[in-house]
Design a protein around this ligand. Structure first.
Ligand SMILES: Cc1cc2nc3c(=O)[nH]c(=O)nc-3n(C[C@H](O)[C@H](O)[C@H](O)COP(=O)(O)O)c2cc1C
Length: 277
């Protein structure tokens, strides 16, 4: 499964089959996490002096069910925890790191669910052995979903209108709605403006806290500069922004493009200026 398929396939799953992953899959998960952690040593938006975020894989009975996730997740045997310091850039980079891992896990057929609120910080903190100044920003189960979902899960999906995304033109300006059939064409036959519309459509499919879809983007006339921005709508705004940034950069890379991201710390909104290399 390629990045586009993984982005379009991923969704939040909250009921798992109760089984431990086999050793081969665990070692695949571990290598995906350690490769992503290593790549995250290179800052995306944080200052170079700020420590890199990291993800750890945890396996502990007490993390599941009522005690670990207040009932939000059932039947999961493995969790990832996203650990970071609290600076703005670090939290954006952290969101990008965990989403990058989630997309790779989706591509190998695993299920996940971002949890920013419904988990016990003390239980996960104890299992993850945090250093001074570090906190757990979010966690996710890693496993195979149960063939049948629970009433509570179906309600949660319905309340967040999880499968819905806002129309492209409501979110992005300076760019046409993409013709997604273009995805099947070789990327060197596309114009920069076609590429940016596909990239932003992949941002549109990103998960966000309560499916708030807070990100907006303005594209320059030549399609080579993008201002990606979001209001500070909740305590998860920086993570939401990091997730969108990951969808942007991974989709661009898939189309053979490398963009540089820079956080505009003076802007009142969370603002990332992107420039095509
Ligand atoms: C930063 C962040 C925090 C989230 N926190 C929670 C949470 O605490 N509990 C929960 O059940 N879902 C949580 N979600 C999942 C969202 O509700 C879900 O991603 C959104 O409704 C879109 O649905 P989808 O992931 O199936 O596409 C969170 C998602 C994100 C991105």
């Amino acid at each position: 499964m390629n990045i586009f398929e993984a982005i379009l396939t991923r969704r939040s799953w909250r009921t798992y089959n109760g089984l431990r992953l086999d050793e081969n899959t665990i070692s695949q998960v571990e290598s995906i996490i350690s490769a992503a952690n290593a790549a995250a040593s290179e800052p995306l938006t944080r200052d170079a002096a700020v420590p890199a975020p990291r993800v750890v894989l945890l396996e502990d009975e007490s993390l599941n069910g009522l005690s670990g996730t207040y009932g939000a997740i059932r039947g999961a045997r493995h969790f990832m925890a996203l650990i970071s310091t609290s600076s703005e850039g670090a939290q954006i980079d952290a969101g990008a790191l965990m989403e990058n891992i989630i997309i790779s896990l989706t591509a190998i057929g695993l299920d996940t669910c971002w949890l920013g609120g419904t988990f016990s910080r003390s239980r996960f903190g104890a299992a993850a052995a945090l250093a001074d100044g570090e906190e757990i920003l979010a966690v996710s189960p890693v496993g195979h979903r149960s063939p049948s979902t629970r009433f509570a899960e179906r309600m949660m999906q319905r309340l967040a209108r999880s499968s819905r995304r806002k129309p492209f033109q409501e979110l992005f300006s300076g760019v046409n709605t993409p013709d997604l059939s273009a995805i099947t064409r070789p990327s060197d036959s596309m114009t920069d403006r076609e590429r940016i519309s596909i990239i932003l459509d992949m941002v549109r499919h990103a998960p966000s806290s309560s499916n708030s879809q807070p990100w907006r983007a303005a594209v320059s006339p030549d399609g080579r500069k993008v201002r990606l921005y979001s209001t500070r709508h909740s305590r998860y705004s920086l993570l939401d922004m990091g997730i969108a940034l990951d969808h942007f950069l991974e989709s661009a890379a898939m189309l053979g493009q490398n963009w540089k991201a820079r956080l505009d710390a003076a802007a009142p909104d969370i603002t990332i200026n992107l420039q095509l290399d």
